[in-house]
Design a protein around this ligand. Structure first.
Ligand SMILES: C[S@@+](CC[C@H](N)C(=O)[O-])C[C@H]1O[C@@H](n2cnc3c(N)ncnc32)[C@H](O)[C@@H]1O
Length: 303
């Protein structure tokens, strides 16, 4: 999930869903599939950032749109409802997530196709598109610059690539919870940042690159490159959806970086997650959700 600079939340590179198991195709799939609920609730909670980002696409009446690494298809369905005249295809290497995307599209009454493909090499045969959207996926590929070349190569002349990478780590918790050592969220973020670096180092074919996303889009041959950051702000007290997201995220933190925390922080985190504790995230009135996601756009010359 995601987020140095930070990448989404949507999902940020340092958000906990960003740590899939990348040691093998099957394991990676299993991991993302296990996080399907988290990805879906997160997509729904942060849907306003996608709505704002699509309003900035600057492409009139696209005929074909790809969402590369769509997960359970929350953004793909937004694309489909925003551009009802377009053929929208959700692409992911986890067929289980694409089934969820299909079910979601049916439920919402939008037209969505799906394709199982391994990014980057496997997407070459999904065909070209006027708009390619890819959120929190490029940083899961060893060679990020090569991945961007691959995405740029899918564009029709004049087509637009939009990638969500970077932004700020999401915030959920007040600095002082009234128990435990203040500043837990910052320490969780630091632990996730370490895990994220480890994840990148262990990716097959990992290539170190300065994560200058606009520069990387230009290096992929795109023009009119620009970046916009979109805020998602759910103030306290939270409604049920964002509150469920906070629980899912903290459960994932517990699993992903629990062993990196000291005993006091671990006790604090466990209290937040104990449904019988009056201080748990399910009941607290002071839990909020604040996320800033950056989307980088570039256009293929021509048309
Ligand atoms: C962090 S999630 C992002 C999901 C969605 N784009 C969003 O913003 O919520 C990463 C997604 O990319 C998919 N994915 C990761 N590596 C992939 C690869 N090499 N090829 C295809 N899909 C991949 C995962 O299955 C997962 O659905």
């Amino acid at each position: 999930m995601s987020a140095n600079g930070y990448d989404q939340d949507g999902c940020h590179q340092h958000d906990p869903h960003e740590l899939g198991d990348h040691h093998g195709h099957r394991d990676a799939d299993s991991d993302w599939v296990a996080m399907a609920d988290l990805l879906e609730v997160q997509g729904e909670t942060n849907s306003s950032y996608v709505r704002q980002a699509l309003a900035e696409l600057d492409y009139r009446s696209p005929r074909r749109i790809l969402d590369i690494g769509s997960g359970p298809g929350v953004a793909a369905c937004q694309l489909a409802s925003t551009f009802p005249g377009a053929e929208v295809i959700a692409v992911d290497n986890a067929p289980e997530l694409l089934i969820r995307a299909e079910e979601r599209a049916k439920r919402l009454g939008v037209r969505l196709g799906t394709r199982t493909a391994e990014f980057p090499d496997g997407v070459a045969d999904v065909g070209s598109a006027d708009v390619v959207w890819s959120a929190q996926v490029v940083h899961h590929v060893g060679d990020q610059q090569a991945a961007l070349h691959q995405l740029a190569g899918l564009l029709t002349p004049g087509g637009v690539l939009a990638i969500a990478e970077g932004g700020l780590p999401s915030r959920y918790l007040p600095r002082d919870l009234g128990f435990g050592r203040p500043g837990l969220q910052e320490r969780l973020d630091a632990a996730m940042a370490d895990r994220f670096s480890q994840m990148r180092d262990e990716l097959p074919g990992s290539v170190a690159v300065a994560e200058d996303w606009p520069g990387m889009l230009r290096a992929a041959g795109l023009t009119e490159v620009r970046s916009r950051t979109f805020l998602v702000d759910h103030p306290a007290p939270l409604d049920d959806g964002p509150r469920r997201l906070v629980r899912l995220v903290l459960e994932r933190y517990r699993q992903a970086v629990g062993e990196l925390l000291d005993a006091e922080d671990l006790t604090t985190l466990d209290r937040l997650l104990d449904p019988l504790d009056a201080a748990a995230v399910d009941r607290r009135q002071d839990v909020f959700l604040l996320a800033a996601t950056t989307v980088h756009y570039g256009r293929r010359a021509g048309r």
